[in-house]
Design a protein around this ligand. Structure first.
Ligand code: ATP
Ligand code: MG
Length: 555
């Protein structure tokens, strides 16, 4: 193995290929690229591709560039370009050199098209869509040659120029490669290289009337940029033949060290959809609040929800790279963020569904300051002030009139419990409203139990969290669940009807006063409740998004 071969990462088939190509001297260094089409926001599937491409470049001390694959004027938008740049940087990667746009190469693509015509390897075809389909044949049956296949070079050059000048209407003709109408690979049966579009392009405006097809533009862009390994998802496996054919038939690129394409399986996640078309539909039909809705698998949604970049990179490591198509359990993603946040998230207390507690033997008008660790396993993170007084809030679920069973480790009448970071209390009575809901619990505290067990040997097993009422801050909590009710909603034609009606539940409660100026997106562990972060949509209100529960409770 060569010096710059990393050894610490598991070796997958792509790393084997890179090692081979460096060892044989085919390439002196590695170059990859991440080529998003700017027609939507990036999602967690793209993160797999980003981590793979940029990660290999980092590990092999090579380069990875960011290229906007903007060859389709109709669906693309500058807003998407900005969001994609943001998301790649947020994930922790920096592209090599300037950002590239396929549209920068429009003139070159055109010149390569002329080269193919001159070699009698491309022709302008006027078959309409239906005829083209008919001529293409089927998987079982060879196609037949287009009548325009024999047009002379001179005439084809003239026709392509006219296409470019806008002399033909959309759909009237296309430029096709002349390959093999009997190829077992449908994509090799004289595929289209250029089509006519009268749409304005977000980078080149109205300059062009013809736009290159993905297969033509992608391999040439890779070659122009010096990409060595062009990594894409499995559905492009057959297109590799066309990728190779195009580069092998262009003089400038037909060299052993030209780019080669390698395919890996795409990420599919359970209970969500990933295709940009489907995500766009959810956004446009206002079934979610936007591309950054915290329930979406978009990177901006995950980030707003409190996922860290480190946890997403770790998730991608955990799932690995292979050629087997599969569905990934959401639990793997959730475990990755839990494991990260467990280490980094400061602890705090928040009451999500509050009821009042009156400590009857505590003096009125007195507020006591206590200290609690910011992270019980990491003393270096220091301590925070919390408060205690006669009036507190606890969570409704932490009180029962009568303990339902012996395992109940919460507060009940005549049953003691410890308030986290504070005293042991014992409930004596409670009030209810007209509907019988408990509103206030009356309790007494044992002043001799701060930071120690009762001296008379009483055993207090339960610990519940609380916030002191006079200093507590009102907060909104947004609790999220799976967006869909089915494991694979994307398979269904009406996937939008399979939304989980409880994917967002909003509650109002209280947090510690120290949460006043928390930074959006910064994760906290609300003890016993889960990981939360402040919402990142500009607002003075305290709104906390639940990132994930402390343990996997979903079934
Ligand atoms: P979508 O189907 O969501 O529109 P796409 O493949 O059309 O996705 P692109 O913008 O073309 O989206 O993708 C940019 C890169 O990200 C491509 O190299 C593509 O293979 C990769 N990619 C997209 N989706 C996934 C996924 N689910 N898993 C892994 N890689 C992906
Ligand atoms: Mg695409």
């Amino acid at each position: 193995m060569s010096d710059n071969t990393p050894i610490e990462k598991p070796i997958n088939f792509i790393r084997h290929q890179l090692n081979d190509d460096l060892d044989s001297g085919l390439h002196k260094s590695i170059q990859t690229r991440f080529p998003p089409e700017p027609n939507g926001y990036l999602h967690i599937g793209h993160a797999k591709s980003i981590c793979l491409n940029f990660g290999l470049a980092q590990d092999y001390k090579g380069k990875c560039n960011l290229r906007f694959d903007d060859t389709n004027p109709a669906k693309e938008d500058a807003e998407f370009v900005e969001s994609i740049k943001n998301d790649v940087e947020w994930l922790g990667f920096k592209w090599d050199g300037e950002i590239q746009y396929s549209s920068n190469y429009f003139l070159k693509f055109y010149e390569y098209a002329i080269e193919l015509i001159n070699k009698e390897l491309a022709y302008v075809c006027f078959l309409n869509a239906e005829e083209t389909r008919e001529y293409r044949g089927t998987l079982k049956q060879a196609g037949k040659d287009s009548p325009y296949r024999q047009t002379s070079v001179k005439e084809n050059l003239d026709l392509l120029a006219k296409m470019k000048e806008g002399k033909f209407s959309e759909g009237e003709c296309v430029l096709r490669a002349k390959i093999d109408m009997a190829s077992p690979f449908m994509c090799m049966r004289d595929p289209a290289l250029y089509r006519i579009r009268f749409e304005k392009h977000h980078q080149t405006g109205n300059e062009w009337r013809i736009y290159p097809m993905y297969d033509f533009a992608h391999c040439i862009s890779d070659a122009i940029e010096g990409v060595t390994h062009s990594l894409c998802t499995l559905e492009f496996q057959n297109n590799r033949h066309l990728y190779d054919w195009i580069l092998e038939h262009l003089d400038g690129f037909n060299k052993p060290n030209r780019p080669h394409q390698y395919e890996f399986s795409r990420l599919n996640l359970e209970y969500t959809v990933m295709s940009k078309r489907k995500l766009q539909q959810l956004v446009e039909d206002e079934l979610v609040s936007g591309w950054n809705d915290p329930r979406l698998p978009t990177l901006s949604g995950l980030r707003r929800r409190g996922y860290t970049a480190a946890s997403i990179r770790d998730f991608v490591e955990r799932i690995g790279i292979s050629k087997v198509d599969s569905m990934t359990d959401m639990k793997i993603l959730e475990d990755a963020v839990r494991d990260d946040l467990n280490v980094v998230a400061p602890r705090t207390m928040g009451v999500i569904d509050p009821i009042r507690v009156i400590i009857e033997n505590y003096p009125e008008n007195q507020v006591e300051t206590l200290q609690a660790p910011i992270h019980p396993q990491n003393e270096a993170m220091g301590k925070r002030d919390i408060f205690f007084s006669r009036e507190l809030y606890i969570d409704k679920a932490d009180f029962a009139e009568i303990a339902p069973n012996k395992k109940f480790k919460r507060l009940a009448i005549d049953k003691e419990v410890r308030l986290r970071n504070a005293y042991v209390i014992n409930a004596t009575s409670f009030d209810t409203d007209f509907d019988g809901n408990i509103t206030t619990v009356y309790a007494t505290y044992d002043p001799d139990t701060l930071g120690k067990n009762p001296t008379d040997g009483r055993k207090v097993k339960g610990v519940i969290h609380f916030v002191e009422a006079s200093k507590a801050l009102k907060a909104e909590f947004r609790l999220y669940d799976r967006l869909f009710t089915l494991e694979n909603p994307g398979k269904n034609d009406h996937f939008e009807q399979l939304l989980n009606p409880n994917s967002l539940v909003v509650t109002y409660g209280f947090v510690e006063p120290g949460m006043k100026d928390t930074t959006p997106e910064m994760a906290y562990q609300f003890e016993r409740e889960g990981y939360f972060c402040r919402d990142n949509q500009a607002s003075d209100d305290l709104i906390f998004n639940k990132t994930v529960s402390l343990r996997d409770t979903w079934k």
